[in-house]
Design a protein around this ligand. Structure first.
Ligand code: SIN
Length: 303
């Protein structure tokens, strides 16, 4: 058995595989398939101060080798998370990454403060949701606003802080550096790429929101490229995501520089993907004489 433990910003995960925010809810449905303790951690659905219904449907569409979503941060709000979801998650013997999303920098600070004296292991600040009018990608597509919201959250919490970045930018490296300079302990990338589909009979967009975020295998090479570029530009750990569906994808993403990985769209076609990836990583290490999975992080040798 290889050592699959990884350390991200001082938090030790038993393995590097974390279901991504929004793709796994709070694990209740997936627990029917396997114990959540098999996972390195769980990134919870983006939590806002108040409950949100999200955007009107249709808000999910299939694409070649991927999917579009325009969910709009549907969630039960902070109070429900603290009183109902968190106590249950804390019994699961896995790390809890609390994804937060506020409409303003102050709101993000308020969310972080409320989580500061809970047992969540890490805060993931969402500055990259493309499906909301306030907050989300509106923060994450300019260095100044990305830095300002990170500073507001940093002041409010001493928890390890990871900032989730948008690929819908001119330079993701500049955004990563901006959040690092304001105290982010890690960055996670990529969130979804803004996309659109049109029903050619009705001449209407397939999504009621007109546009939505593209995820799935189609975006994987873009995610690998961005993780590699960011890893080479910052001094904080990078958590990689975007189209990872197999253990081979996970190895590739880690070789690009990811200290851990998140699994999103793959969960909808294969709920077992995270545990299959853990098993695959273990076998890959054993077959290749790798004692610790951390040994492969950032080992790509560019031409
Ligand atoms: C959503 O709820 O719209 C997706 C979350 C995200 O893209 O950050």
């Amino acid at each position: 058995m290889a050592d699959l433990r990884v350390n991200v910003a001082g938090v030790e995960f038993k393995n590097p595989v974390i279901p991504a925010s929004g793709a796994f809810g709070y694990g209740r449905e997936y627990e029917k398939f396997y114990p959540l303790s098999k996972l390195g951690g769980i990134a919870i659905k983006g939590t806002t101060l108040e409950p949100r219904q999200g955007n009107p449907g249709p808000r999910v569409a299939e694409t070649p080798s991927g999917m579009l979503n325009s969910v709009g941060l549907q969630n039960g709000g902070l109070k429900k998370f603290l009183e109902y979801e968190l106590p249950n998650l804390l019994t699961k013997d896995t790390r809890i990454v609390a994804n937060i999303a506020g409409a303003t920098a102050e709101e993000c600070g308020e969310l972080a403060k409320a989580l500061d004296d809970t047992a969540v292991d890490m805060i993931e600040l969402n500055i990259s949701c493309p499906n909301v009018k306030q907050g989300g990608a509106a923060f994450g597509t300019r260095c100044e606003s990305a830095a300002a919201v990170t500073a507001s959250v940093r002041k409010a919490t001493s928890k390890p802080l990871m900032v989730k970045l948008s690929p819908n930018v001119t330079s993701i490296v500049d955004i990563a550096k901006a959040v690092e300079s304001e105290g982010a302990d890690a960055v996670s990338l990529i969130n979804t790429l803004l996309g659109m589909r049109i029903d050619i009979k009705s001449r209407r967009p397939v999504l009621k929101n007109n546009v939505g975020g593209l995820s799935g295998p189609a975006v994987f090479p873009i995610a690998v490229r961005m993780v590699w570029q960011v890893t080479n530009a910052v001094n904080i750990p990078v958590v990689g995501m975007g189209g990872i569906a197999t253990w081979e994808d996970a190895v590739e993403m880690m070789m690009a520089g990811a200290s851990a990985i998140q699994i999103g769209a793959a969960l909808f076609s294969n709920p077992y993907a995270p545990v299959e990836i853990v098993e695959g990583l273990n076998k890959y290490c054993d077959d290749n004489g790798i004692k610790s999975i951390s040994e492969i992080v950032g080992t790509v040798q560019p031409w």
